[in-house]
Design a protein around this ligand. Structure first.
Ligand SMILES: Cc1ncc(COP(=O)(O)O)c(C=O)c1O
Length: 426
């Protein structure tokens, strides 16, 4: 079995550590399954990214959808990040984390009137429209509030990001944004509206993109549009590239921030505007693990199974995208032989697996396994299906750990739900 190690999750004396703390010490305190994050990872990734673009006026808006724990949001905010929120719920979380709405951008293909009102009332930095109807609704709501809404329009550049089809968002067939031709006309129309101020062009072409080429192609297309709109008299000040920067789950070789900057800066430098990025996964994915305990092992004529106490309800990505997450023991045992097994959870769905046909060192009930790359799109997608309580989240800061969200209780499962006697009256 090939070991997955990083500067943040390492083995010392065969014990897996997160930074300076043995994973076992945390698990002894909180149990399994549990998410463990490294604050140092988050900090290093943010600093590395912003440094690569230090040559231009830019802002990173951390995409909260990747990991919305209040302490994760605050970690990035304290580093100087803005925050990209996709709903009233994410807005609420960001406010609770102490983020000023002026440092947020409001995203989303289907924002409700209530969400738009919330954004305008609280003076978010800009609101991104994804349809002509939405631009008119933003104008109407801003008018009712006696305000001018700062507007960006999300353009769909129709480029292929060569990623999983479920996370590709910048192709004509995807629901996101507005095609370039229509968007150009819409910018001109928006400039004539009373209550919106078109400030920026926005794009987000997909997620887990490992090559700079699709970005280059999209930015080149939209940079031309940006200049043309400026020559028409629009006072555009922002160019938002979105998120999507890929990470290593298995054997991908994603581009580095320096390579990204090297590819984009020659185009962006000519625009004389503030450039925004909305990374989520890049900042969080490899900063987290999900630790689970082996409950049972069994074999039939065809397969070995390792049944663990984490499930698709804790980490949905393998089930919905067939995503690969590296899995290995939290304690190495030099004598255990490798086996090939399906690593599966307790939920009654055949789709409840964390790995299929995976080579892993043989393990026994009670052993702890670490599931890697679980810092992004993991806890945020967790559910209570099968009456399961969502796991706790722990952040390690050097040699200390903090339980930043406890394990749900059974009462959480019953939130605002009760037997209504009237329903059962005869
Ligand atoms: C508009 C927008 N921005 C940013 C992101 C973050 O993407 P990633 O986590 O791949 O960087 C997403 C992800 O869906 C998105 O839809």
């Amino acid at each position: 079995m090939k070991l997955f190690e990083s500067d943040y999750f390492t083995y010392k004396n065969n014990q897996l550590y997160c930074d300076e703390i043995p994973v076992e010490e945390i698990i002894d305190s909180v149990g399994t399954p549990a998410f463990i994050y490294s604050k140092k990872f988050f900090t290093d990734r943010y600093n590395e990214f912003t440094k690569a673009f230090s040559g231009i006026n830019h802002t990173i808006f951390y995409a909260v959808k990747s990991n919305s724990n209040l302490n994760v949001i605050k970690t990035f905010y304290d580093l100087g990040s803005g925050i990209d929120v996709n709903s009233a719920g994410e807005f609420y979380r960001a406010v609770k984390a102490g983020v000023s709405p002026g440092k947020m951008i409001l995203t989303g293909v289907g924002k409700t009137a209530g969400e738009i009102k919330l954004g305008i009332e609280n003076n978010v930095k800009f609101i991104k429209a994804e349809s002509e109807q939405e631009v008119y609704l933003i104008d109407e709501i801003a008018g009712q509030l006696g305000k001018t809404a700062p507007l960006a329009i999300r353009v769909n550049p129709d480029v292929n990001p060569k990623t999983h089809p479920y996370i590709s968002t910048g192709l004509a067939e995807n629901k996101f944004g507005i095609d370039s031709k229509s968007a150009y006309k819409l910018f001109l129309k928006a400039a004539g509206l009373k209550n919106v101020k078109p400030l920026g062009i926005d794009m987000h072409i997909g997620s887990q993109i490992t090559s700079v080429e699709p970005y280059k192609e999209a930015v080149e297309k939209l940079a031309g549009m940006f200049q043309k709109l400026k020559s028409e008299g629009l006072e555009l000040t922002h160019f938002d590239i979105g998120g999507g920067m890929g990470v290593k789950y298995k054997d991908e070789t994603p581009f580095t921030p320096e390579e990204f900057a090297g590819a984009l800066l020659p185009i962006l430098n000519g625009l004389d505007c503030e450039v925004s990025f909305e990374p989520g996964r890049y900042l969080t994915a490899n900063g987290g693990i999900l630790v689970t305990e082996v409950l049972y092992t069994k074999s039939n004529q065809k397969k070995n199974f390792i049944v663990v106490d984490a499930a698709m309800t804790d980490l949905l990505r393998p089930s919905i995208y067939g995503a690969y997450h590296h899995i290995q023991p939290a304690e190495l045992n030099g004598t255990a032989k490798d086996i090939t097994a399906d690593i599966v959870g307790p939920v009654c769905e055949s789709g409840d697996f964390l790995a299929k046909g995976r080579e892993i060192s043989g393990c026994k009930p009670g052993d702890k396994l670490a599931i890697f790359s679980a810092g992004a799109y993991a806890m945020v997608m967790a559910s209570n299906y099968n009456g399961r309580r969502r796991p706790p989240e722990i952040i390690v800061d050097k040699d200390k750990f903090f339980v930043v969200r406890g394990r749900e209780t059974y009462d959480h499962l019953l939130f605002d739900e009760e037997i209504k006697p009237g329903l059962f009256e005869k």
